[in-house]
Design a protein around this ligand. Structure first.
Ligand SMILES: O=C(O)CCC(=O)C(=O)O
Ligand SMILES: [Fe+2]
Length: 353
């Protein structure tokens, strides 16, 4: 597949696609509409938990409030809303459309339809059911049926980065839980970028990587449902080629901050370097995510809790340490085709840390 070396001399914006540009002229600024809600930062680097903030009220609220929430999610990486047991999958979809719209997604971006979603599925094409019953059938990112690593950290990923237009935000609500276990972890891509030395940052900014989910073809065959080749939320996400080339460092248009954009789940190759160089660099970058628990947050769910995260600047990993049922619903919106603005800043730089 074609790989595009980034030419620094050409332009400050590299990557992206003319049909999938963010509609924000500059990063969002916070208007203060969430200040009255109880909230705390779960770690210094990532995560904010709110209480008393309800999806249904947010849906009735102003666009300004929706923008403030989008900015908070994008800055903190992931936001947790406890006690959303009454939120329906339809409300989750409506909410995600409002959120992605408020944060300036391209007009061509809609909610994602996962390539493995069965046509005519109960909750509609745009809701993915996350369940331990499904997981027991094997497959997925942890490839339980094949002879691969059994490290719990094998599952670290960002959602659907194999799409030409991947996700900006995702929402997961867990409604069924084992008595203990089943926590989810998130890690900050901004912080991983900030852990690199200046020469390494500069080098990685010249590179692109190939993200590949071709293994979903085998999966579709094994599960007996045809792979979804129709439009998966963007005219650029169609057909059976589940591969995409993205800049290795991307700018989040909502915050204006740079993030490392390779993940253990889908990124197979750094382009234009040798395979050995690619393997070493990818292993190093994945290790930065899995070995630095001070760049991570671990969330212990109660039934009805909901998480919303920014897939452009975070990674996440489920924990399979339970045997009782665990299930929930996930909705994923599409943002812009990833790009790097060479003039954008790192999170620590922007916050003066
Ligand atoms: O089940 C979980 O904890 C996370 C599942 C996941 O990767 C997702 O919802 O995108
Ligand atoms: Fe995921």
């Amino acid at each position: 597949m074609p790989s595009a070396t980034i030419d620094h001399a050409q332009d400050a914006i590299v990557g992206g696609h003319p049909d999938s540009r963010p509609r924000l002229a500059k990063p969002l600024t916070y208007a203060g509409t969430l200040d009255s809600f109880q909230q705390f930062d779960v770690t210094p680097v990532i995560g904010r938990e709110f209480s008393g903030l309800h999806l249904r009220d947010l849906l009735k609220g102003s666009d300004e409030q929706m923008r403030d929430l989008a900015l908070t999610i994008s800055q903190r990486g992931v936001v947790f809303l406890r006690g959303q047991g009454d939120a329906t999958p339809m409300e989750m979809k409506d909410f995600m459309l409002r959120l992605t719209e408020a944060s300036g997604c391209p007009a061509s971006s809609d909610l994602h339809v996962h390539p493995l979603t069965e046509e005519g599925s109960e909750l509609g094409d745009q809701v993915s059911v996350i369940s331990s019953a499904k997981q027991k059938k094997g497959g997925g990112l942890t490839h339980q049926l094949s002879d691969v690593s059994r490290f719990a950290s094998t599952g670290w990923h960002s959602d659907i980065t194999f799409e030409k237009v991947p996700s900006d935000y995702a929402m997961l609500k867990i409604h069924t839980l084992p008595p203990t276990g089943g926590d989810t972890l998130w890690a900050s891509g901004y912080e991983i970028y900030d852990r690199l030395s200046p020469p390494m940052k500069a080098f990685l900014e010249t590179l692109t990587a190939t993200h590949d989910a071709s293994f979903f073809h085998d999966e579709a065959e094994r599960l007996g449902n045809p792979l979804r080749k129709d439009k998966r939320g963007s005219p650029l996400n169609q057909g059976g080629d589940l591969r995409a080339v993205h800049p290795l460092i991307r700018t989040n248009p909502v915050t204006g901050w740079k993030s490392v954009y390779v993940n253990k789940g889908f990124t197979k190759r750094i382009n234009d370097v040798t395979k050995d160089e690619s393997d070493v660099l990818l292993a190093y970058l994945f290790n930065l995510v899995t070995q630095n628990h001070d760049a991570q947050v671990r969330f212990k769910w109660s039934a009805g809790d909901l998480a919303i995260w920014d897939n452009r600047s975070t990674f996440h990993c489920a924990t399979y340490d339970y045997s009782a049922d665990r299930a929930g619903d996930r909705v994923c919106s599409l943002g812009e085709a990833p790009y790097l603005d060479l003039n954008s800043k790192s999170r620590r730089e922007a916050l003066g840390l």
